[in-house]
Design a protein. Structure first.
Length: 493
């Protein structure tokens, strides 16, 4: 392994830190690495060609008063595969907020569990305003560049997908910023996005072309401020949402931002032509969906698959401290999160629902070439009970209803598992599954590679990383063919 330290961030976190999401598997990093010719156990397939990127929250300063794990600064990891070898890079996203706090040597903006009025600066980002734009939630690759995003809306930061150098902000982003979970349609090269705020019209939707130019932006009227986190798309439509879990309007007026589940309101799916403005709303049973898997058109119906929460507002555990009250919203078994399907009939306006699985899973990934198209498989995460830690991978077969699970060893935690189609593949599951792990037993991290059709056989390759990384979430795969200079030696890596 050829290893070099290329940077370090200033951290003011205490050496005796006892926060549950800044210690153990969530111990943050301050070192940025360049590592080539990584050590491999097993064999990297010669046709695995491209990059796996993962984003996560990585705090470097104590919160002003109360840290939530969604508040940390964005750190991107990339493992690249070419000619049977692998390389690794990790970098902080150089957002305006990260740079300002590095210069100040402390937190300047209040986080999700803090009142905005606690912020030390009057400016800021986020749908509720006066937050730091951490760009620490999602990561996609569009028009040859990686795009990192913040869950509660902010600037989209452009990065070199190989070196992870921050290249600046996407110039087309609307004033409100952009929410995490932008969607890239592999068929058209378009990027679909949404943005939300506490001021009317509350929601906006747009499309960026494969040339990285904004080609469509429209307001989506809502009855009030909402908290959408994800969207879906089909070949001809975008599917937005208005779920009955959102900020309490009366508390907003007091400068407080606490979400409530309004059981007397329906879930609503907004279907809008991809490049249109007329929204048609479909009502379904009340729930909340943090992440969708996919959507597609089936005759007169739009099929939408996502993770239905049976209990979007888990009961307060009572007497167990502020951390337990706060983190109950991170536990799949507390929220009863299961794979679910909605069928929206464009002719009758009716909605049919069905539960796809009884197992608690989330963070589902598919063959990226089938976004917006009929598909069969999704690869989702199981979670250590009570913790925001992934302890296994489940392959859901949506045709047969069967499930296969690979359980990570006790004390080993994974990341969102991306699917890398094999070049020239004709079968949906002909490819590889990739995830990063945080191993608390061996104090190390690896990148695991699985045969997507044989998950339970275990990893076919284990790629050693230079440092045990913090546990993390959202990830993506980009084929080498989508990366400028990848095959002609001019990629700058």
């Amino acid at each position: 392994m050829d290893v070099e330290i290329v940077g370090r961030a200033l951290s003011t976190l205490p050496e005796d830190d006892d926060h549950p999401y800044r210690t153990g598997p969530w111990r943050p990093q301050t070192t940025e690495w360049r590592a080539d010719d990584l050590e491999v156990t097993g064999e990297i397939p010669a046709d695995l060609d491209g990059v796996y990127l993962r984003n996560t929250e990585n705090p470097v300063h104590p919160a002003i008063s109360l840290y939530h794990p969604f508040d940390g600064d964005g750190m991107i990891h990339v493992v690249g595969f070419r000619d049977g070898k692998a390389f690794y890079r990790n970098r902080f996203v150089r957002t305006d907020g990260f740079t300002a706090e590095q210069e100040a040597g402390r937190a300047l903006w209040a986080g999700i569990a803090e009142r905005p009025a606690l912020s030390l600066r009057a400016d800021g980002w986020g749908a509720r305003t006066r937050m730091k734009d951490a760009s620490s939630t999602d990561i996609v690759v569009h028009a040859g560049q990686a795009l990192s995003s913040f869950w509660q809306c902010g600037d989209l930061y452009r990065l070199d997908p190989l070196t992870l150098e921050t290249l600046g902000k996407s110039p087309w982003a609307p004033q409100w910023g952009v929410s995490a979970h932008t969607k890239v349609d592999a068929r058209t090269g378009e990027l679909l996005f949404f943005s939300y705020a506490t001021e009317a019209p509350y929601l906006r939707y747009g499309v960026v072309g494969p040339d990285n130019r904004l080609k469509h932006l429209t307001d989506i009227p809502l009855p009030g401020p909402r908290l959408p986190h994800d969207m879906a798309f089909t070949e001809n439509y975008a599917v937005l949402n208005d779920f009955p879990l959102f900020w309490d309007p009366e508390l907003i007026a007091q400068g407080k931002y606490a979400s409530r589940f309004h059981r007397d309101l329906p879930s609503r799916f907004g279907v809008v032509p991809r490049h249109g403005t007329d929204v048609r709303w479909f009502e379904a049973d009340p729930t909340y969906v943090l992440h969708f898997v996919n959507a597609y058109e089936d005759g007169d119906e739009i099929v939408v698959d996502g993770f239905h929460q049976g209990c979007p507002e888990p009961a307060d555990p009572g007497g167990k401290g502020v951390y337990q009250r706060m983190f109950r919203f991170l536990a799949l078994e507390r929220m009863e999160t299961r794979l679910h399907r909605w069928r929206l009939n464009l002719v009758t306006g009716q909605v049919k629902e069905e539960r796809i699985s009884e197992r608690f899973t989330e963070f589902g990934m598919i063959n990226p070439n089938l976004g917006g198209q009929p598909y069969r498989y999704t690869y989702a995460a199981t979670q250590r009970p009570g913790w925001f830690l992934f302890d296994g991978i489940v392959r859901h077969d949506l045709h047969t209803g069967s499930e296969e699970r690979y359980a990570l060893p006790e004390g080993v935690y994974g990341s969102e598992t991306a699917m890398a189609p094999r070049p020239g593949a004709t079968a949906e599951d002909d490819g590889y599954l990739i995830t990063l792990t945080t191993d608390m037993n061996a104090d190390r991290s690896e990148c695991l590679v699985f045969d997507a059709a044989r998950l339970t056989d275990g990893p076919i390759a284990r790629v050693r990383l230079p440092e045990r990384i913090s546990s993390g979430t959202h990830a993506t795969w980009a084929a080498g063919s989508a990366l400028p200079g990848w095959h002609d030696g001019t990629d700058g890596r």
